[in-house]
Design a protein around this ligand. Structure first.
Ligand code: GLU
Length: 510
């Protein structure tokens, strides 16, 4: 019988979820859905010093925005809870005791000052087999003394006892097999009496075991944590049911040198967080993909391809297609360069393909902010305006610039275009154009086009000059979508009014 797939995303609420964390969540989700498995969200809040208010809500909101659904978690519930580590103290205590009773771990009383002194004394000091017998711990102190110190309220930690000189084999579905000598691993702290909480390593493993996690898909650097975890599973007697490790490729800076950081985003002007983050302490605001005008589908598509490829040329994927095609075999070991331009390209593609009504709905608040009489324009009008320019933008916000003339008639005109297109006889010809337009009953694009172009040809006018002068009066510059699509939408009266205003206001420099 194959084991049921259960995966978890296990963020620590120490700040806003980084875009790399989002990718980890996404890969967990894709794998879970593909296998008909379960997606767990576990909040790893055992490091009380680094706890940041609002971070957990931020994680939830980010995942919701992106469509990454959770099956078991703090909000969702489930049979393996609590799903927040700070609520699982009793559980961890049990396993700390088990490790101590079995001689797989020991109690250490060394103060930070004592450890500091050792570091100063011994180059590359590591708390391990070579040094532990010169330290203040339950291996060097008598049992009575240990009890006395604990009773006296002395702070202690529990450390794993790593046997030196052993070969530790780590198998990873992406990285393959690696063999590490246990001597390079230190006796990591598993528990701190000061706050009665386990450290990340112990809590993470106890929970993965108890929550019956089948695959640990994580995004951080895999060495040296993974071999330590192998030894910890062994110490707890759980080697046989150890989950599969899957360590994802790092996300690299756009240059490809080193890990992507928050600073890269600040420097190069792109967000590294899914949502805008207001730092509760400093008050600093960091930009987010959502507030920068990204569509969640575009972010998901972009992130999915940072470290995974489908093995074909396909670039556009719906969430369902990703679920169907995702595989660890097609994840790379090498780090994935964070190509922000590609992210913009995805957003452009998604906006271009989005249906006009939905896009208009996203655009409406921006319109309201920028145009005083926005309420005068019905949804149908806005929808059609947006539909005419959507292939020209990367972000929803850019629709304002591209559609402004649909809502506000130009009052100034592009100088360069005037110089190039507004000739001496242009006002006269524009006057004639007004007459032609007045004679048109059906302003639909193709009909108006046939009549106006017919008139230009009949009089042997310069097609480029006349059409561009026309555009200049209506748009304010020689840019924009098809001219007769514009006039169909703004209507005959508005078109004629704008041409008249152009004739009155455009002064040719010649
Ligand atoms: N809380 C850890 C982190 O956020 C979890 C790593 C893991 O997935 O095991 O880095």
């Amino acid at each position: 019988m194959t084991q049921k797939v259960r995966v978890r995303f296990a963020p620590s609420p120490t700040g806003p979820l980084h875009i790399g964390g989002v990718r980890t969540a996404l890969y967990n989700y894709l794998f879970a859905r593909q296998k008909g498995g379960t997606m767990i969200l576990r909040i790893e809040d055992t490091d009380s010093n680094r706890f940041v208010p609002g971070a957990e809500e931020y994680i939830n909101e980010s995942l919701r925005w992106l469509g990454i659904e959770i099956d078991e978690g703090v909000a969702e519930g489930g049979n393996y809870g609590p799903y927040k580590q700070s609520e699982r103290r009793d559980i961890y205590r049990r396993y700390v005791k088990q490790l101590l009773d079995d001689g797989k771990a020991y109690i250490a009383f060394d103060t930070p000052e004592e450890l500091e002194a050792k570091r100063a004394e011994i180059a590359n000091f590591q708390y391990d087999a070579s040094t532990r017998l010169s330290m203040r711990n339950s291996l060097t102190l008598g049992a009575d003394e240990v009890e006395r110190l604990i009773a006296a309220g002395e702070k202690y930690v529990v450390r794993i006892l790593i046997e030196p000189g052993r070969e530790v084999v780590v198998d990873d579905l992406i990285r393959g097999r690696v063999v590490i000598n246990s001597s390079v691993i230190d006796d990591k702290v598993l528990y701190k009496s000061a706050d009665d909480l386990p450290t990340y390593h112990l809590a993470n493993i106890v929970d993965d075991h108890l929550m019956e996690v089948s695959h640990v898909i994580r995004g951080e650097e895999w060495l040296p944590s993974a071999p330590l975890h192998v030894l910890l599973y062994e110490a707890l007697g759980w080697s046989d049911t150890r989950p599969q490790f899957v360590h994802l490729p790092l996300l690299l800076k756009p240059t490809g040198n080193g890990k992507l950081s928050k600073r890269d985003g600040d420097k190069l002007g792109f967000p590294v967080f899914p949502l805008e983050w207001h730092d509760p302490k400093s008050g600093d605001i960091s930009s987010g993909y959502r507030e920068s005008g990204y569509l969640p589908e575009a972010v998901v598509n972009f992130l999915a391809l940072l470290g995974w490829n489908p093995g074909t040329d396909q670039e556009m994927f719906t969430m369902q297609e990703l679920i169907d095609q995702f595989s660890f075999e097609h994840c790379s070991k090498k780090g994935a360069r964070f190509d922000y331009e590609k992210g913009k390209w995805f957003n452009h593609e998604y906006i271009s393909r989005m249906d006009d009504e939905s896009l208009a709905r996203l655009f409406r608040p921006i319109l309201e902010k920028n145009v005083d009489n926005a309420a005068d324009f019905g949804d149908d009008y806005v929808t059609r305006a947006v539909g005419l320019v959507k292939t020209r933008v990367n972000f929803v916000g850019e629709l304002m610039e591209q559609t402004r003339f649909f809502f506000v008639a130009p009052t100034t005109y592009n100088e360069k275009d005037i110089k190039k297109r507004w000739k001496e006889d242009t006002p006269r010809i524009m006057g004639e154009l007004i007459e032609v337009l007045e004679g048109i009953d059906d302003m639909t694009s193709a009909n108006a086009e046939a009549i106006v172009l017919g008139w230009i040809k009949e009089h042997e006018y310069h097609m480029g000059n006349v059409m561009n002068a026309f555009r200049l009066t209506v748009v304010g510059e020689c840019k924009g979508p098809h001219m007769f699509d514009i006039t169909e939408l703004i209507g005959k009266q508005e078109t004629i009014a704008r041409i008249k205003r152009g004739i009155d206001n455009i002064v040719s420099p010649q």
